[in-house]
Write a protein that binds this ligand. Sequence first.
Ligand SMILES: [Ca+2]
Length: 493
Amino acid sequence: MIRNSGWIFALVLLLGWAAVGCSGKREVTGQVFVVTKGGENVKLGLVGIHVVDERRLAEIAGRLLGESQKSKAGEALLLQLESEVKTMSATVPEAFAAPLRRIAEDAFRRRQGVTGFSGDTLSRRFLAELPAAVAQTDADGLFTVEASSSAWLAARGERRAGSNTETYLWLMPLKTDAKKLLVSNDRLLEDDDDLARVLASVGDGSSTGGADPELISWVDAQRTAARQALVEAKAAEERALAEAKAAASKARLVSGGPFEAGESLSLGVAVHWIPAGRFTMGSPTSEEGRFSDESQHEVVLSRGVFLAETECTQGQWEAVMGSNPSNFKGRDRPVEQVSWEEAVEFCRKLTAKQRQEGVLPEGWEWRLPTEAEWEYAARAGTTGARHGELDAIAWHGGNSGSETHGVKGKQANAWGLYDMVGNVWEWCGDWYGDYPTGSVTDPTGPGSGSFRVLRGGSWRNDARFARSASRIRGDPGSRGSLLGFRPALSSVR
Ligand SMILES: [Ca+2]
């Protein structure tokens, strides 16, 4: 019953009951007729016969319908259901039909603004969920299956016309007591005369049964294709969502703010707003594990900046740089084995790419954060050694199992930033040097130097490095599986 309406063929199944077998099962013999309008070059892939338990069927239907209420692709499915409901026949169990009707009515009310869906998506979804086919039709369209009286038959087929293919799925119950059951497009048929009328109404009355072995194997291949289609549909949905977010984020950037502390945007890379402000940089002499290069001084940041929610992931890196140098592979793990120079190059390329794509508005660029921005963001208003309890917020030498971990595995800080301490060290823009003694505004570090600043500790370092104030230095050309970074998105000064 789930198929495109308006097709100019009729699929007709005749089911005759043979002997009632043991254990409540009986043998059912059926035949599939395909009727096409004369002259049209249409081939129908005959036909996998599945047997599915009624409860299982209702469960599949319920779940697909439930999912479809939560997603944009699902909304498109609902529009298809709207037309299906109009032709719903007595073959649909009430447990399936009632929610279908309700959802379809709802979909009808919301149809504005939903475009671009494949008419056979729902059929493909069903097919991907069904148990394996238990029978195929033979050359005359005949098949025999054994099933209990509460089972349903699901016949699946593919229609090919030129390069176009469509999937259909036909569901019918086996619990009827009728001696012979005839099912046509939209309804149970009364008798043989009724069948004859259907045949007559769809063309010249000739029928062509028969299985094409090439098509049967082709239909089986569609099962794999249907699963693949699900994966692709999900990916397409995520892309559409990301694009919508990026468009909204771009509009926010063009507006120029004001932005709220922690406000989230995403232009492919999720970022949070780090507001302008004033804080004490460095650590008090009383802080456990501190180093002597953390002397406290006041810093004023006159302008806010967006900072990436996570360390730059391998997925983000690969999308821009086309390769993945990391030692611990994983799309959602932080990229490592990247030098300071390469991290800067990533920011430059990301800026150029997003400007070219129209994602990033003029006046904004990706860059490494300054050391002061990094610490201010890591603290997110806190003044202690770190923004939370060590094991709750950080992968460090004591809990990492000697490897990096996927980003966002620990608690974020108050501005929505993950793994600021731990996982990988993060390159900052500044040359490493001694801190100033007095108050400074928008510091960018020494004018020259030999080493760049790294912040936050890593999966291999012990707790004293996993602090907001801890800092080490690294040769700008050095790489290691401890070293990563997170980009900042800044208005061009
Ligand atoms: Ca980190």
